[in-house]
Ligand binder design. Structure first.
Ligand code: COA
Length: 365
């Protein structure tokens, strides 16, 4: 068995931002139009204060801004590309991979496997991962995987296990998330939740790695079926009738239930993982948590550490990026890990639809 290290991480940040004020102005203009047409029941206004206090989100990055903020459209304009042009997910993913590879100090040609782990994939096949492999010029094989918001940690365990077992030496796990495409921007209860981004991490056999990075001490995954976060869109869609206005063909959630059910699941998962690894919570210098809701993260941080975490112990990126599904905990890791010293421990933890929970225990090399 080989030791595994995460030696590089990278974040692709889309070109456009939407502040809560901009988002709410567009939503309220849409609501006013619907109400002038006699919407029954009337569409209530959204509020930037509610969004910040309920979620901790202040801003989101998106691949297209104008379509989302057009009250007559309320959906991004992301034109289909010809088959011989890079797909949007691949383009975003390659940018994140290039950044992660440069941090790791290796070339794409040294990578044996590309795992594209994300909540939504732009097409059924060929796999986006194979396209990214081709654009990067990396070796070996590539495949797509989807475990919703936990895709990144599930991808990290999958890649780490292959390196541990000796079937590959190096892998990239890439998470291009175009969440603006699965969000119903006309639904006040959730229109503020998501943003777009892509993240990537490079995993290597530790004895081959040049960059310091982090040793992957252990990983743990768990799933438990729930319908409380669901999206019914899929390849059988066109075989059914009258699909266009069905609300369940985008992200839907029972936010309160998710809150109540996921928190104990995640807290217990982390406590069990640490106990089995023989690590005390007090030994953790950092928690890089999934970024769905600030209150949720505050709760988990308190539960894990047994006290209110200092802001630097549990960094949030929600205020800038919103919920970016599987990429959230990796953005937090990529942007808030350079200051740790050799021997410092940290934990990446994701959670979301499925339900799914994944944790990765790391030690700075
Ligand atoms: N603007 C103003 N008011 C709004 C609003 C908006 N955009 N959206 C909802 N409200 C209102 C509701 O209508 C409700 O009003 P009422 O009390 O008169 O009925 C009130 O605000 C509270 O709504 P609720 O939906 O219960 O809010 P909440 O405090 O549960 O926060 C979420 C909503 C979605 C932020 C929160 O439930 C959450 O984050 N849940 C977990 C989400 C999650 O992790 N999902 C995983 C996805 S990966």
């Amino acid at each position: 068995m080989h030791d595994v290290a995460i030696t590089g991480s990278g974040v692709f940040t889309p070109p456009h931002t939407i502040t809560n004020d901009e988002l709410v102005a567009a939503f309220n203009a849409y609501a006013d139009r619907r109400n002038a047409e006699g919407a029954d029941p009337p569409v209530p206004h959204s509020s930037a204060e509610f969004i910040m206090s309920a979620s901790g989100i202040g801003n989101r990055y998106v691949m297209d801004k104008d379509g989302i903020l057009d009250p007559d459209r309320m959906f991004p304009r992301l034109p289909e590309r010809p088959d011989d042009a890079p797909s949007l997910m691949a383009q975003m993913g390659v940018d994140a991979c290039d950044r992660a590879l440069s941090r790791a100090g290796i070339g794409a040609g040294q990578v044996d496997a590309v795992l594209c782990a994300a909540s939504n994939h732009e097409r059924a096949y060929p796999a986006i991962a194979v396209e990214i492999q081709d654009l990067l010029g990396s070796q070996g094989f590539a495949f797509d995987m989807n475990v919703a918001c936990s895709s990144a940690t599930f991808g990290i365990q999958t890649a780490a296990d292959m390196i541990r077992a000796g079937s590959i030496d190096r892998a990239i796990v890439v998470n291009p998330e175009i969440c603006s495409g699965h969000l119903e921007w006309r639904d006040r209860d959730c229109h503020f939740i998501f943003g777009d981004v892509a993240t990537a991490v490079v995993l290597e056999r530790a004895d081959l790695a040049q960059a310091p990075g982090f040793t992957v001490e252990s990983t743990r995954l768990a799933t438990q079926f729930s319908n409380n976060i669901r999206n019914n869109d899929g390849f059988l869609r066109r075989t059914r009738d009258a699909m266009d206005d069905r609300r369940d063909m985008q992200f839907v959630q029972e936010g309160r239930k998710v809150f109540k059910e996921v928190l104990p699941l995640v807290s217990t998962h982390i406590a069990d993982h640490l106990a089995d690894a023989g690590v005390r919570a007090a030994d953790l210098k950092r928690l890089w948590l999934h970024q769905a809701n600030k209150a949720m993260n505050d709760y988990i941080g308190r539960k894990v550490l047994g006290r209110i975490p200092e802001p630097h112990e549990q960094p949030n990126i929600l205020q800038d990026y919103a919920n970016t599904s599987s990429a959230g905990s990796i953005i937090a890791f990529a942007k808030h890990s350079d200051d740790l010293a050799a021997g410092d421990r940290g934990l990446i933890c994701s959670f979301g639809a499925g339900y799914s929970v994944g944790s990765v225990l790391l030690t700075k090399r």
